[in-house]
Design a protein around this ligand. Structure first.
Ligand SMILES: [Cu+2]
Length: 450
């Protein structure tokens, strides 16, 4: 299939055409079945965009969909007016019109892009892709693989289940979870490797709502970056990891399998497990017998990591609502409504008593201030809390890794956590659940850095 993508430009500026439109993709195991999806550049997932750290990316984007849309660049600490949030940082991009995105990402790492308008429908139809910013001094690997993990809800005929799009039941529960797992838009794909190779594997969970429990057979992966930010390399405990919607992890895998053997990344749920994708070791060619012992520690990004705790602005953020919750009322569009009225508006989640975006920010800080957000998840559901334009640290405890700066954190039911960051990026930024149906159902707020 012809792709209209073109990557041209100078070393400092790279131009990449992106177009959203309708198309077809073979998602299900039956090769003859094509599913009608929405795509970037006629690809599912959208194309992997690669630039080098320090380069400016210019993206002339055209909307060939029947709905207005926008693109959010998840995890990239870029200029606010390029953040892609309709009503906050830009107007929607109407069908048949264009918008020029242009930014210079400060950080190297694994990021992604997706629609930020009617995301509960547009993301479910496939509008997402990966953006990689390569390090100026990359670590040595033989292959750099990207695995985009998605969760589709497909009907018997192989079509996207449209009847469940917007279903209030899902919005009030765990979101719209699917029945088909894909990696790079394929069911259980296989990737060729050679014995002795070192693989950098970038995992991205682009699902609307499903948190992925993943584990690896045959090899012991080492984690080197989380949500795009380098960590001190550390082995995965039991070769397993949890990836919430929106989260990424970069792994190093040394192919110590014998020729002909395969390594599987399994998706598991309780006792049940299924293969999500495999690396298959070539029968004949061997790259090296002894694994590489070169450095896998990535260079730090220019992220402000010194928190001024003595003068920090502390903000309480409490999350209420959902099925089996105790929320009785909330403010919506400036009016306090009882739960019965909120349900009619499909606003069944609230942050600090407010469902959906309000005119006033949750808080406003001066550029450079340290912010501590005390999140209190007062309901029965886990939430993948995402902060735009900033990476934050969990102040209270480690996660098995040394220090982790995330842009998306999986908060457990009734969980309380304190997140700290330096608010060094001016503008209006969202905080929301990345289980997209929860965001649509009201779990979204914003703050301002002035
Ligand atoms: Cu949520």
């Amino acid at each position: 299939m012809v792709t209209p993508a073109l990557a041209v430009g100078t070393e400092q500026k790279k131009r990449y055409l992106l177009q959203a439109g309708e198309g077809f993709s073979n998602l299900v195991p039956d090769e003859d079945v094509q599913t009608a999806v929405w795509q970037y550049n006629r690809q599912t997932p959208g194309p992997v965009i690669r630039i080098k750290q320090g380069e400016t990316l210019q993206i002339p984007f055209s909307n060939k969909l029947i709905q207005p849309t926008s693109i959010h660049w998840h995890g990239l600490r870029i200029e606010n007016r390029m953040d892609g949030v309709p009503g906050i940082t830009q107007s929607v991009i109407e069908p048949g019109t264009e918008f020029l995105y242009e930014f210079t990402p400060p950080d190297a790492g694994t990021f992604w892009y997706h629609t930020h308008n009617r995301s509960w429908e547009q993301m479910a139809r496939g509008l997402h892709g990966v953006l990689i910013v390569e390090e100026k001094e990359p670590i040595v690997v033989d292959q750099d693989l990207v695995w985009v993990i998605d969760d589709w809800l497909i009907d018997r005929d192989g079509n996207i289940d449209e009847s469940s799009l917007g279903a209030l039941h899902d919005w009030a529960h765990g979101g719209r979870v699917g029945n088909l797992l894909t990696v790079n838009g394929k069911s259980q794909p296989e990737f060729p490797v050679f014995r002795g190779e070192r693989i950098r594997l970038r995992l991205v969970n682009v699902a609307n709502a499903r948190t992925m429990n993943l584990r690896f057979t045959q090899v012991s992966p080492q984690a080197i970056a989380i949500d795009g930010q380098p960590i001190v390399p550390a082995p995965l405990e039991n070769s397993a990891l949890t990836l919430a919607p929106g989260q990424r992890i970069d792994l190093i895998l040394d192919m110590t399998m014998s020729p002909g053997e395969r390594m599987a990344m399994e998706f598991y749920l309780g006792e049940e497990a299924m293969v999500a994708a495999s690396l298959v070791c070539d029968l004949y060619k061997v790259v090296r017998e002894v694994p590489l012992d070169t450095n896998i520690q990535l260079t730090k990004n220019p992220l402000s990591t010194t928190l001024d705790m003595a003068n920090a602005r502390t903000v309480d953020l409490s999350i209420e609502g959902g099925a089996m919750g105790r929320m009785r009322e909330a403010v919506f569009n400036g009016r306090k409504l009882p739960i019965q009225e909120l349900v009619k508006e499909k606003k069944i989640w609230a942050i600090n008593g407010i469902a959906g975006l309000s005119d006033e920010p949750l808080f406003s800080v001066e550029r450079g201030e340290t912010v501590v957000i005390q999140m209190d998840n007062k309901n029965r559901w886990p939430h993948a809390m995402h902060i735009h334009g900033h990476h934050f640290i969990n102040i209270d405890e480690g996660e098995g890794f040394d220090v982790v700066w995330r842009d998306t954190f999986l908060l457990n039911p009734n969980g309380k956590k304190r997140f700290g960051f330096v608010a060094d990026n001016p503008g209006k930024w969202l905080i929301h659940c990345h289980m997209i149906e929860h965001q649509a159902g009201g779990m979204v707020t914003w703050f301002e850095v002035v």
